[in-house]
Design a protein around this ligand. Structure first.
Ligand SMILES: Nc1nc2c(ncn2[C@@H]2O[C@H](COP(=O)(O)OP(=O)(O)OP(=O)(O)O)[C@@H](O)[C@H]2O)c(=O)[nH]1
Ligand SMILES: [Mg+2]
Length: 442
């Protein structure tokens, strides 16, 4: 990417397909020149929309009438000069415009996430904010959107910066103690109070890490597995939840083999419901055995398990797992004694008890994952960086006889871990991974 950083890039930034309006963005040193060439006029006033006719400079062919904006850097998204062209969102218009831009000297089509990459490189956004932006573009539910917008607006970055400032202050105290090592009371005074400061920072970090686990599940989707013996009605329940025929249903035990997924939005929290192969010891063939293996794994990874039984199928105990289990007794319509304590009694066939079951699931989801919107961190990468910083600080806490120089070195390593977290250092190898999540034009 190094020798192409100064290129002026362009891309369709609005969605694909026919629309009333399409937005094409340009960023880089030649953005203004390109706008002049397209309009045949001087640049409009900065940061104001202006109506202009766009023509291909080569042959004067009319492209469209457009609203254009000239956004001179550095107060732009990328920090560079930018131009926005709001054209009519028809395919031919967009194609002609993009072709025309591609034919201009010094302009090229942007790569995935390249606008945001530039924003990061020039310091308009830090890494946590970039991750927030990626999440915001992908957010499907309210809770996801809330988590993402907080990150994009810098709430997580702000917390990390506070920790960093507190650690740099600690370092200054250590330095003072080192400088005055011969004057015992000065050194002592510098070091007093360090323990309680460390304690405060570490417990704040620990709280943030703990809150990040449920938040990460919300970012990715809470996993709810429907499991139980063959023929209990698991796929029938999935179809009811999805309100369409996602899964094959039959009276043949062992119908479902693969794990099927359906996404639901429960009170703003994204839930992935997994339908799994019925669990039994003797599979009828190799494919069913593979399905059962997948089912077991899905149950182990699930945040909540819906364990389903029915009067006409083999009784089994749910597998021993840490996640909460909601027990469902299905086919109440053919059961002679449908009263069951501790079970959600339903008949999927007759659509009985299903709303109560859904309420029960909703309560469980809310109990575990409600209120995560205030969490600041939502990714394993972020948690690992904080954990590294904590480990360095705990190394200082655990040894009161640690020489001051060594203690200071641990704190310096903790600062470095925080710098990685916000992308001040060592970002290069992360970038490709992160920008792969972006679409072109962002
Ligand atoms: N009577 C009655 N039959 C039901 C009910 N729910 C499902 N069934 C029937 O039970 C049979 C099995 O249903 P499925 O949904 O395929 O069961 P499953 O648990 O997915 O089965 P496997 O995929 O084989 O593990 C089908 O014939 C369904 O029509 C119910 O509430 N009452
Ligand atoms: Mg099934």
């Amino acid at each position: 990417m190094t020798n192409t950083e100064n290129d002026t890039i362009f891309a369709l930034s609005s969605g694909a397909g026919v629309a009333a309006v399409a937005v094409v963005r340009l960023s880089g040193p030649r953005a203004g020149e390109a706008l002049r060439a397209l309009t045949g006029k001087a640049l409009p006033p900065a940061r104001r929309l202006a109506l202009r006719t766009l023509r291909a400079p080569a042959d004067g062919a009319m492209i469209d009438q457009a609203l254009v904006a000239w956004l001179p850097g550095p107060r732009t998204f990328t920090g560079e000069d930018m131009v926005e062209l709001h054209v009519h969102g028809g395919r031919a218009v967009i194609e002609l415009l993009l072709d025309t831009l591609g034919g201009m000297e010094g302009l090229r089509a942007a790569e995935r996430g390249e606008f945001t990459r530039r924003a990061l490189l020039c310091g308009r956004l830090d890494l946590l904010e970039v991750e927030g932006l990626a999440d915001l573009l992908q957010a499907e539910t309210r809770a996801q959107q809330q988590l993402a917008i907080m990150a994009l607006r810098g709430a997580a970055s702000e917390r990390v910066k506070q920790w960093r400032v507190a650690l740099v202050e600690l370092l200054a105290l250590f330095e003072a103690a080192i400088d005055f090592i011969d004057e015992e009371d000065v050194a002592e005074q510098a070091l007093s109070g360090i323990d309680s400061r460390l304690q405060r920072i570490v417990s704040d970090m620990r709280r943030a890490v703990e809150a990040s686990r449920p938040a990460e599940r919300v970012r990715e989707g809470v996993r709810v597995a429907i499991a139980g013996p063959p023929n209990a009605g698991k796929s029938s329940l999935l179809n009811w939840l999805a309100r369409r025929e996602v899964a094959l249903v039959s009276d043949m035990p062992g119908t479902t083999r693969d794990v099927l997924e359906v996404r639901l939005d429960l009170d703003g929290i994204p839930v992935t419901v997994l339908d799994t192969a019925g669990l039994r010891r003797e599979a009828s063939d190799k494919v069913e055995a593979m399905g059962i293996e997948r089912a077991r794994r899905a149950v182990e990874d699930a945040d909540i398990v819906l364990w389903m039984q029915a009067p006409d199928v083999e009784r089994q105990a749910p597998p021993p797992i840490d996640s909460p289990v909601i027990r469902i007794w299905n086919k109440a319509d053919i059961d002679s004694s449908p009263e069951r304590n501790g079970w959600q009694v339903v008949s999927v066939k007759q659509e009985r008890g299903l709303d109560a079951l859904l309420d029960c699931l909703r309560r469980e989801v809310r109990a575990r994952f409600g209120g995560v919107e205030s969490a600041l961190f939502t990714r394993a990468r972020q948690r690992q960086a904080i954990a590294r910083a904590m480990a360095e600080l705990e190394a200082v806490q655990s040894r009161s006889d640690l020489p001051v120089e060594l203690a200071a070195e641990h704190v310096r390593c903790a600062v470095r871990a925080l710098d990685e977290l916000i992308g001040r250092v060592d970002v290069e190898e992360l970038l490709d991974h992160i920008f792969a999540e972006f679409c072109i034009g962002k």
